[in-house]
Every structure is written in structure tokens, then in C-alpha cells.
Ligand binder design. Sequence first.
Ligand code: PLP
Length: 295
Amino acid sequence: MTDTLILVDPTASTYELTELTAAQLPVTDLSAHRGDGIFETVLVSLHGDEPTIVSRDRHFRRFCDSASALDLPEPDPQLWDRVIAAVIAEVTAADPSITEFGIRYAMSRGSQNDDGETRPRGWAFPVPVDEHILTIRTRGITAVSLDRGYDAYIGSKAPWLLLGAKTLSYAVNQAAGRYAGAHDADEALFVSHDGIVLEGPTSNLIIRRGDRLLTPDPDAGLLSGTTQRLIFDHADELGLRAEYADLSLEDVKTADGAWYVSSMRTAVALRELDGNAIAVDEVLTERFQTIIRAG
Ligand code: PLP
């Protein structure tokens, strides 16, 4: 994969191409020490004539909502469209037979000058769909449940927790992933302190119960996923009803199928939770993956 990096100046609405391997971000940038910024990771699927930027608008709307939650300037859609198009052009020029890859785009608050003012910085670069992702799409995953440390639905009372925003502060999510790995599981499943299932560290959970698809309510304290919403928008054609619900761990363990869904993973079957086997619905896994690739 090409090592293109695009540096974006959101204030001037300009960008320049450079290389990922070159040092680019001053250590004084507030994203480096405070995680003070926002990002998106979007899947680009190249199975038709034109590249499909999966859930492009859902991602950009969430990017804008995250900017608003952090009091960052509103991202300029035309600028970021051009940036994404430039990444796609670089990747496909370097590898015309590539079938899918991700693009990570971000905006940080920038560095503070002597007067305490900041000027945002943006960047975007391609990320490969790696071997691990390809493996779990077919073999599925196991998870352990972990207490997220707050009660469900706390976000409206505590907006500073930024629960629905996709910020660059992922140290807790990374730690949860390592904890799961150390306990022989592929993934963590966050549960609110009062026992409501929330999400994985970088994915949403969907379960099937009969003819219903169920997923935790984003207001419970999780990121509203673009992949989850894409699947829910296609529920009708799958002959299923889609609903938000408060789920317990027992609901997940006794489901007729359960999936971790996110942009790069697409949909992977959750086969086991806390050592309990969960029913695997291979047909629906395949259909979810096809719907996601079509964008
Ligand atoms: N929840 C969290 C915490 C995430 O970081 C992500 C994606 O990275 C998701 C859910 C899934 O979101 P999406 O489907 O938009 O990739």
C-alpha cells in the first residue's frame, strides 16, 4: 500500500501530499498529548467500475457532529471530499487491482500559540485491510465483557464525557483490547456499570432474535456506528425488523446470531461471549458483508 499522507489545513481549506514515513506532526499538537481531536475511518470498496466510499455521508455527518461536540470548527465538506478523492487516486495509481482499503481522516485542535490560540490541523492516509481482518470475517471472534465504568444514558447529564463523539482519545479502548487479549479473547464487550450492553472498543454489536435485529441505543453511551446504521437501513430487504434496545449479557448469549460491525471489519460473527457459545448465522453474516461492500 502506498505511504501517501495528506496534510490538511482546515482554516485555509488547502491540502498537500507528502509521505507517511516523514515526520509531520509537531509534538506540541494537542492531539499528541491530549487526544484532542476527531477522526473517521471509512472503507473504500472497489468491486464495481467506480470506487464506493462506504457510508461516505454517514461518516462525514458524524465527523461534523464530533467537531461540534469538541467545539472544533465545522469541517468543510468540499475540502474533505477532495482530500478523500486524492487518497483514492494515489492508492489506485499505486495498485490498480486493489479491491478494498480504508481511509483514516482526522482533525486535531492543533498547537497552542503564546496567546493560547489554536489552529486546527487535518490529515488523511490509507489503511490496508490486513490479514487479521480477513481472518475474522470468516472465522468470527470471541469476546469478554468488561465494565465501562459509567451507568447507561449518562451522556445527556454529562456531555463533557463526549460519549457519542469519535475523538482521538482511544487509550481506554486500546487497554480494553489488550485486557481481552490477555484473557484469551479477541475482543472486549463494554457493558455499562448498571449492566446494559454498550459496544466493542472499535465496533458496534448487533444481535438477531427471531426476525428482529437489535442493537444498543447510542444514547445509552456509545458511538452511533455508520455500519450498524447501514445494516439497519437494509433490514427490510433481509426480511427483518431493526430496533434499538437495552440488552443484557444474557440477551447476547442467547441470541440467534450476534455480530461486531464496523467500517473495516464489516460484519464478523461473535461466536462466544465470556466462554458461552453463541449461535452463528453464517448466511446473515455473508449478507451483511455484501450489503456493506455495496455501500
Ligand atoms: N464504536 C466505536 C467505539 C468505534 O471506534 C467504532 C469504529 O471505529 C464503532 C463503534 C463502529 O463505527 P463504524 O461502523 O462507523 O466504523
